[in-house]
Design a protein around this ligand. Structure first.
Ligand code: RAM
Length: 905
């Protein structure tokens, strides 16, 4: 099989221009131009670029205006940190604020950039809309047409049709018109025949019991003077549709039927305001969508379209009045993260017939998303059926056994036009292949969708297979960051499994800016923590019986701490510290001996490890130590010395208990498995004098197995970092390049375009793995991505650095690689490195953002050979901190540097 080079529309923006120090990439609450800000002191931040060495921001000034009037002038503030909290006049609702940041460099030069943010609903009494729905009496479930070829499945038979809502508003001329919209369910908002915004699956998934997110749209451009029509389509989604496994039994998790809330706010030139909200005057009807379900798919009958239903002139006399459900606004919160969007279109790479004559379309890439279907010359009533799958069976037919009860099937019933297009809106499938039946003259376009977190990093290298691995893990991130971080996008699961998220987070942060995405998710985690402090295994919490598993619940500490380290925003610690403490206290309370054996919930251990059984007690206790330690560090950051001391002391005692219980005098960690050693070494649980022995045992295990890994979810991401930290990066490279079972390469040889859930997703011996749990798009085993960035390319930060203020650039040339490169947008600006070995010489190019002080390890056995842009370091004015037998270590401020050194001698 040939290795396809990755085609991705998800690439890092070009490096910012050099020149004088200047700000770019302005954010408010970690988002680019958010519309619904409702915090009183939103965080404003920017990145910096400069073409000059050693440049840094010396001072900044922020000015904010709304409607032409000044709202805040910070005045010049000294400091290198490119962020500030708004501190102007109190923000008002439904307004647009433009803001400008000016920065001044050390030599007095100034530059500025501008952006804006919009506000949502800041005061509860500003809500004027009621929740509306439809009368259950007028709700016939889906009735399959009499001419239906196949009987409806049990699972889709009971699905209700989505409802269409509309209301005409007679608007006086307005200077601005905004709409606040949300649903208990999924909605698509339409204004005068146009779709508002480009978000998909809005309002997104949160723990609706505590938080229902709303979106704000500026629709000024969609309305003129006079009557305007506001329409919305409403479907079940996560609220009342199929969710998780067990077919329809998990449906109606939050409510029985979907409900809608819309509030239009028009501001007029004379300062007055028109506010129109959903109420009993709205009309509702069914339409062409016969059902729409996230797991099952959609049925759209184009013959039932009502043209013009979302325009003012439409006759809605046959529509029913909407039913007012309630007026509760207390759980409404502005959407905290980027919406799901279609981010890339995929033109099929092949189309063929399977054994039974069905058309099988291959997108060449496993994605989460949907297709756009074009149908030509189909007589009215022709039903075209799209089934989605991640793989093909041996006979070339679509493989769907691993989807479990998710039907992932869309039906389009043609209206009979010469050409018609269909694209489902309220469903998402995990697939690479589409089976099309019902009509031959069709065209399919793949549409990848996911939470549109800005791309923040890129890694590349000279090896095809490693590049493919990089592409696979990026696609698994894309396919699984769909409103919440999920385990998989295809089967009847798609839940926010906490360990998956936690182990993949470091990789995810390098690939994309996930600050806002995880901030929202953490809020759901905190809401769902039990009274005792246990953390559910899935967030949003939907399976009441599962919580507290070691490594899963620890997301409560690992996620906030990591977000803080990466983004430098202390608020995540402030918001999470109580939850971190409750989690650790809960584990301690039930395990006074400090070996975590009680309250382990479903204890999954080192999930999906390959052929070994890592001791569950070792794993649990290592996580207990980690969580206590992180809680101590978080408290210290927040200046809570007593709290910090308490957890640091607990961490120390857990460490002692761990050593007593699990570490033998010869440095063995109980169970003698790779993950056991990795956890113990990574989290400082092996006494210093036994570390070399423990490392030897780890290496011996790998050697004994012919340099093969056995790690599951908990251990896999630690292989690279731990092996290279102890001088065994050759071994880490062997694992990276391996293509025997079990390895990443094994799946790639088989044609994987995403990371598989299990090492044995498919094997030569057994073919497809166990159908009960065999996703081909699961990112946990892709946590190796962190090491590609921080190890192979060497883009990390010092242990005590926050927000990459002190980058640690320590590349690891090795393995089959001739070169490797990575770039990453830190909160300060672009950080990058690229090394290449050629003709006995190593070249290392680095870029350090303004305000950062980087430690650079130039790998060489001959430190005297190191040059920067051709000049010996001392002459080049570069501070050499030390020389070791493997590197020359220096310190540089912002700028671009090209180091060379002799290699291999
Ligand atoms: C599986 C999920 C997930 C894992 C749990 C324990 O069902 O797919 O990846 O975290 O089990």
């Amino acid at each position: 099989m040939g290795l396809v080079s990755a085609v991705s529309g998800w690439s890092l923006p070009p490096a910012p221009a050099g020149g004088a120090l200047h700000p770019y990439d302005l954010r408010c609450e970690h988002l680019a131009t958010p519309q619904g800000i409702a915090t009183r002191a939103p965080r404003l931040s920017w990145r910096l670029a400069s073409g000059r060495r050693g440049d840094a921001q010396a001072a900044y000034r922020i000015t904010v205006r709304s409607g032409g009037a000044p709202a805040w002038d910070s005045g010049w503030i000294d400091g290198q940190d490119p962020s500030a909290s708004y501190a102007g006049t109190p923000l008002t609702s439904f307004a647009r604020y433009t803001w400008q940041v000016q920065v001044r460099s050390a030599d007095g030069e100034e530059a500025a950039a501008e952006s804006w943010f919009g506000t949502g609903v800041l005061h509860p009494d500003e809500w004027a809309a009621a929740w509306i729905g439809h009368d259950p009496e007028t709700l016939p479930p889906f009735e399959p047409p009499a001419d239906d070829r196949e009987p409806r499945s049990v699972r889709t038979a009971s699905l209700p049709p989505p409802r269409y809502f509309r209301r005409v508003v007679d608007l006086r001329p307005a200077t601005s018109v905004r709409i606040v919209c949300t649903a208990r369910g999924l909605y698509e908002l339409r204004v005068n025949g146009h779709r508002a915004g480009d978000g998909e699956l809005t309002p997104g998934w949160t723990d609706y019991r505590y938080r229902v997110p709303y979106q704000v749209y500026d629709v000024t451009g969609l309305v003129g003077d006079g009557p305007a029509c506001v329409g919305a389509v409403l479907a079940d989604g996560w609220w009342s549709g199929s969710l998780g496994w067990d077919g329809r039994r998990q449906a109606q998790r939050y409510g029985r039927r979907p409900e809608l809330l819309v509030q239009l706010v028009a501001d007029h030139a004379d300062g007055s305001r028109t506010v129109v909200g959903t109420d009993g005057s709205w009309r509702e009807s069914t339409g062409p969508l016969r059902y729409a379900d996230l797991l099952m798919g959609e049925w759209y009958d184009a013959r039932l379209e009502q043209p013009g239903w979302d325009l003012p002139g439409f006759d809605d006399s046959s529509w029913a009045p909407a039913r007012v459900v309630d007026t509760g606004h207390d759980v409404l919160v502005p959407s905290a993260a980027e919406p799901v969007r279609v981010t890339e279109d995929l033109v099929p790479v092949g189309t063929r017939r399977d054994g039974a004559g069905r058309t099988i379309v291959d997108l060449g890439q496993n994605i989460a998303g949907r297709v756009r279907l074009t149908v030509r010359g189909a007589p009215a009533g022709t039903r075209v059926t799209l089934r989605h799958g991640e793989a093909l069976d041996e006979d070339g037919s679509l493989y769907t056994a691993n989807l479990r009860s998710a039907e992932a099937t869309d039906h389009y019933v043609a209206a009979g036009l010469p050409e018609e297009t269909f694209e489902p809106r309220f469903t998402v499938h995990g697939f690479r292949y589409v089976e099309v039946t019902g009509h031959d003259d069709v065209e399919v376009l793949g549409r990848a969708m996911h939470s549109d977190t800005p791309v923040a990093g890129e890694f590349s290298c000279s090896d095809d297979m490693v590049r493919r691995l990089t592409s696979n893990l990026r696609w698994s991130q894309r396919g699984n960051f769909v409103s919440v971080p999920t385990d998989c996008p295809q089967r009847d699961e798609r839940l926010g499994w906490t360990a998956d998220a936690q182990v993949f987070l470091p990789t995810a942060c390098y690939n994309a800016d996930v600050a806002a995405f995880f901030t929202g998710w953490l809020a759901d985690l905190r809401c769902a923590q039990t009274a005792e402090g246990a953390v559910p295994d899935v967030v949003p919490h939907v399976m009441t019986e599962r919580h507290g598993a070691p490594g899963w619940g620890d997301a409560a500490t690992v996620v906030p701490w990591h977000l803080y380290r990466v983004y430098g925003d202390e608020r995540v610690l402030r918001d999470s510290l109580p939850s971190m403490r409750r989690w650790v206290d809960h584990v301690e309370r039930h395990n006074p001996g400090l070996i975590w054996r009680e309250r382990v919930g479903s204890h999954y251990g080192d999930w999906l490890q390959a052929g070994v059984r890592t001791s569950r007690d070792v794993l649990a206790t290592a996580y207990f130590a980690l969580s206590a330690g992180l809680t101590a560090r978080a408290a210290a950051v927040l200046g809570l010395a007593d709290v910090a001391e308490h957890y640091a002391e607990l961490r120390a005692r857990i460490g002692e208990a761990f050593v007593r219980e699990f570490v033998s005098a010869d440095g063995r960690v109980s169970g003698d498995t790779q993950t056991g050693y990795l956890l113990a070494l990574a989290h400082g649980l092996v006494p210093d004098d036994l570390v070399p022995a423990a490392v030897r045992h780890l290496v011996a295990d790998l050697e004994r197995r012919g340099r093969r890994l056995t790690t599951g979810f908990a251990g896999v991401g630690l292989l690279g970092p731990v092996l290279s930290a102890y001088g065994h990066h050759d071994l880490a490279y062997d694992l990276l390049h391996d293509d025997r079972y079990p390895s990443w390469g094994y799946s790639i040889k088989r044609g994987a375009t995403t990371i598989w859930e299990r090492w044995d997703g498919w094997t030569e011996e057994n073919g497809f793995g166990p159908v009960a749990m065999n996703s081909f798009n699961h990112y946990a085993l892709g946590s190796v991505g962190e090491w590609l960035y921080s190890g192979v390319a060497g883009l990390g930060q010092e242990e005590d650095s926050v927000g990459f203020r002190r980058p640690l650039i320590r590349p690891l040339p090795g393995g089959r690689l001739r070169w490797a490169a990575a770039a990453y947008d830190t909160p300060l600006g672009r950080l990058s490195s690229r090394w290449e070995i050629s003709g006995g010489e190593l070249t290392l190019e680095v870029r350090v953002p303004p305000g950062a002080l980087a430690t650079v390890h130039v790998p060489t056995k001959d430190p005297s050979s190191v040059r920067e842009s051709g000049t010996p370091l001392a002459t080049a004015g570069i501070d050499v901190i030390k020389s070791t037998e493997a590197a020359s270590v220096c310190q540089v401020g912002s700028g671009r540097y090209t180091f060379t050194a002799s290699w291999g001698r």
